[in-house]
Design a protein around this ligand. Sequence first.
Ligand SMILES: C[S@@+](CC[C@H](N)C(=O)[O-])C[C@H]1O[C@@H](n2cnc3c(N)ncnc32)[C@H](O)[C@@H]1O
Length: 238
Amino acid sequence: MTDQPIALEAYEHLASAYASAIDIKPHNAYYERPATLSLLPDVDGKRVLDAGCGPGIYSEWLLDHGAQVIAVDASPKMVALAKQRTHGRADVRQADLAVPLSFVESDSMDLVISPLVLEYVRDWHATFREFNRALRSGGYLVVSVTHPFFDFNYFRSQNYFATELVSSQWTGFAPVRVTMPTYRRSLQETLNPFAESGFRIEKVLEPKPTEEFLKADPRHYRELMKQPCFLCIRAMKV
Ligand SMILES: C[S@@+](CC[C@H](N)C(=O)[O-])C[C@H]1O[C@@H](n2cnc3c(N)ncnc32)[C@H](O)[C@@H]1O
């Protein structure tokens, strides 16, 4: 039996507040999403797995750009919100990315995306092998994660090389506050699982915030122009 996902309780609590905020929350709307979207191949007519879909903002974008979408998330509330947002156009299911996605056929996907999700998964090899199985040869995997250097500083870690379970208070989705557990890992533990699971990394982005971010939140804009918070990666199944 597998343990329950580390952030399940936190996301069940946060789901509605997260869904209400992310269309315009600067870190998502004007920083992470534009960067991750810039890494996607043309999705028109393509089969896409949205792995850790949250309330479905990426799934909706993919559908609007002509993709067929299977979306999964561990949180039942997120699954309900994603169904609501995509109006029955996507196949949305509750699933834990630490467990094989038996309902996804092998070699059936053109693209797997997993934005801001892998921080909650300890063993990336098992999850990436499953993404690799789901993808056809030449298919793409696009992910975004918290930048290892950001986390190392933020959590004042005593051991850069260890993969550590850490947690922080999330206050940016007021009025809801949650203690959010994540795994902090080194740069090599972030990049090597791609090659070790049958992918070739094509592009790595350390994004900068957009001009809209500057208007919405000048203080964090100035910070993010000098130090990265996220890392976005496009890899191809080889
Ligand atoms: C920060 S949100 C990102 C949601 C969406 N990708 C986005 O960018 O808006 C993280 C999501 O990962 C989901 N999640 C966390 N651990 C998971 C796991 N083990 N399996 C599947 N989903 C998981 C959470 O429920 C949450 O919806």
